[in-house]
Design a protein around this ligand. Structure first.
Ligand code: GUN
Length: 294
């Protein structure tokens, strides 16, 4: 039987509806949540992500300050901008789009962001807090994946989840969140990566497979157990002359074949993507609330 499609757009819309009420309450107290988005260089994929983030802010009533800097920006200039945003009371969240152009020190930039404005959850303080189960800004894509599962009625507690990919942005934090002793955790987690000997051996034992490898067709039908849940985090551009933009987006999963075996599956686009942006809005609103608590 073909899998049910997990509709990320609908679930994202539901969460954005919840946020609208919270933003109205903050505004009634004179607080407008503010997000600063910093994009260095002109990588087309990064530009389109950043444009989507800015649009989502405007739609929901979050103030967004956009800083688009040339690829030749120096480390000192970027650090100075981060420090200025740290001190700007209109700004509750700072997002520096990754990856940065070659020559810029990503770790130093992330370390310079005030952890209380780190709505990406990439500062080592927030990463550490998350790992030990303390209150922290959770990274947006992993948090979005968990919300997709929870809001689709899929049980994480006790499930065996295989995460394919070990990036700092998705694989590592997602694996950590899933194994937390918490109602949305308690999974048994396996992480596979480019040096794993036989990825299929692991994924075939999974109740839930999360593909976050950044490569099309990483997860094929023979790698999936009948009835498993499949979450596709991949966003890959494939040349396609029939499209106006000259490309189409595909995930890391062989969607058409895997959907015939899985019980639930996320599409690309329209699955995890809308959730990432929504959890960014969620963290920005949470940060505004924390900055103006009491
Ligand atoms: N690049 C890819 N995903 C992300 C993200 O969630 N945040 C930032 N800052 N950069 C990214």
């Amino acid at each position: 039987m073909a899998a049910s499609i997990i509709d990320g757009k609908t679930i994202a819309q539901q969460i954005r509806g919840e946020l609208t009420g919270e933003i109205a309450q903050l505004k009634a107290r004179g607080v407008i949540p503010g997000l600063a988005v910093v994009l260095v260089g002109d990588d087309p994929a990064s530009r389109s992500y950043v444009t989507a983030k800015e649009k989502a802010c405007h739609e929901i009533g979050i103030y967004s300050a956009d800083h688009r800097l040339p690829a030749a920006t120096s480390q000192a200039e970027l650090m100075a901008l981060v420090r200025q945003l740290n001190g700007d009371p209109r700004i509750h969240g700072i997002l520096v789009q990754l990856p940065l152009p070659k020559g810029l020190d990503e770790s130093a930039v992330l370390l310079a962001i005030d952890p209380d404005k780190d709505i990406d959850g990439f500062h080592p303080i927030n990463v550490g807090r998350m790992v030990i189960g303390e209150k922290a800004f959770l990274p947006c894509t992993p948090h979005g994946v968990i919300q997709l599962l929870v809001r689709s009625g899929i049980r994480i507690d006790g499930a065996h989840v295989v995460v394919v990919g070990r990036s700092n942005i998705v694989g590592k934090p997602l694996a950590n969140l899933l194994l937390q002793k918490s109602p949305h955790g308690n999974a048994t987690v396996t992480i596979c990566h480019t040096r794993t000997k036989d990825i299929g051996h692991h994924t075939r034992q999974a109740d839930i497979v999360v593909a976050a490898a950044g490569r099309p067709n990483t997860v094929t039908a023979d790698m999936i157990r009948e009835g498993a849940v499949v979450i596709d985090v991949g966003v890959n551009r494939i040349e396609d002359a029939s499209k106006k933009q000259g490309f189409r987006l595909v995930g890391d999963v062989d969607f058409e074949a895997v959907r015939l075996k899985a019980s639930f599956i996320t599409p690309v686009p329209g699955g995890v993507g809308p959730m990432t942006i929504t959890m960014l809005l969620y963290n920005t609103v949470a940060s505004a609330r924390r900055h103006h608590a009491g």
